[in-house]
Write a protein that binds this ligand. Structure first.
Ligand code: CP
Ligand code: NVA
Length: 308
């Protein structure tokens, strides 16, 4: 396994499945007798350059449940790359804690952090991807369908960080992935090329579309995320004009498979990318999905801290 968890792309389908199996085992254990303190004496430093509810609390609780500890470091405290260079922060923290999780604006910053840290670094979201989210997403889909292979995942909306990790995750495990995004808001060609190479190996089918009605045909999973990600706030108004045809509402949901589930990484902008009716409806898995961040990340932490 690798030193860091920076991207789904860095892991093989088998390694992802192994981590998912570990997540299932740790979840079962947690819900019955509680987790064993396998991370006793280990401390996670959590660096946040952007706000968070799920990532922050689920990582903190994951460490506590496993007998370890977590330190929250706010954007103003160390001023990553401003008060001090990323390389220096990485080398200093490497002598104090056993693992770092960081949420950054620029993906290059997480790469830089991992390069200089001699302890594992976990990507807690960048402008490029959100691999921890994708692990929780796969876990949720597996729990519902009992498999990942040949499940049709449809993402409707912005081709953003969450969409990218989900596409790569689907392509690694042999799930099919289709995305409908407005022109100009699609996934990058580079990300598509990488995903296509994974799909060739796993047998997954990838489709990149602009029509949500076409993308949602035969969907088992309908996934959406905010139209405006953190760091793009100045584009919010423009995006609000462009994205409404990509709203996940009951009318669109009816075009998917009957047993389809609805997913959203949260935070949701109800009335924009998703309606209340769908987010709170019987097909919605959004809270199970959010809770699965805890279990998926325990597996990532255990994998990085206890396995060779
Ligand atoms: N989905 C997710 O990463 O949520 P937070 O931004 O609250 O961490
Ligand atoms: N795409 C969103 C995800 C938030 C968890 C963002 O980057 O703001």
């Amino acid at each position: 396994m690798r030193k860091d968890f920076l991207a789904i792309a860095d892991y093989s389908g088998e390694q992802i499945t192994e981590m998912l199996n570990l997540a299932i085992q740790l979840k079962k254990e947690f819900l019955s007798q509680g987790n064993k303190p396998i991370l006793e004496g280990k401390v996670l430093a959590m660096l946040f350059n952007k706000p968070s509810l799920r990532t922050r609390i689920s990582f903190d609780m994951a460490m506590r449940h496993l007998g370890g500890d977590a330190l929250f470091i706010s954007p103003d405290e160390i001023g990553l790359g401003k008060r001090e260079s990323i390389a220096d922060v990485a080398r200093v923290l490497s002598g104090y804690v056993q693992v770092i999780m960081a949420r950054v604006f620029n993906h290059k910053h997480i790469i830089e952090l991992a390069k200089w840290a001699n302890i594992p670094v976990i990507n807690g979201l960048s402008d490029y991807n959100h691999p921890c989210q994708a692990m929780a997403d796969l876990l949720t889909i597996f729990e519902h369908f009992g498999k990942l292979k040949n499940i049709n995942i449809t993402y409707v909306g912005d081709g953003n960080n969450v969409a990218l990790s989900l596409m790569h995750a689907a392509a690694k495990v042999g799930a099919h992935f289709s995305i409908a995004s407005p022109k100009g808001y699609d996934l990058s060609e580079k990300a598509i090329d990488i995903g296509t190479s994974f799909a060739r190996k796993s047998g997954s089918r990838l489709q990149f579309l602009q029509n949500p009605h076409e993308a949602i045909k035969d969907a088992d999973v309908i996934y959406t995320d905010t139209w405006t990600s953190m760091g793009q706030e100045q584009e919010a108004k423009k995006r609000e004009d462009i994205f409404p045809p990509f709203q996940v509402n009951s009318k669109l949901l009816k075009e998917a498979n009957q047993g389809a589930i609805v997913m959203h990484c949260l935070p949701a902008h109800r009335g924009q990318e998703i309606t209340d009716e769908v987010a709170d409806g019987p097909q919605s898995k959004i809270f199970q999905q959010a809770h699965n961040r805890l279990h998926a990340q325990k597996a990532i932490l255990v994998q990085l801290l206890t396995k060779d």
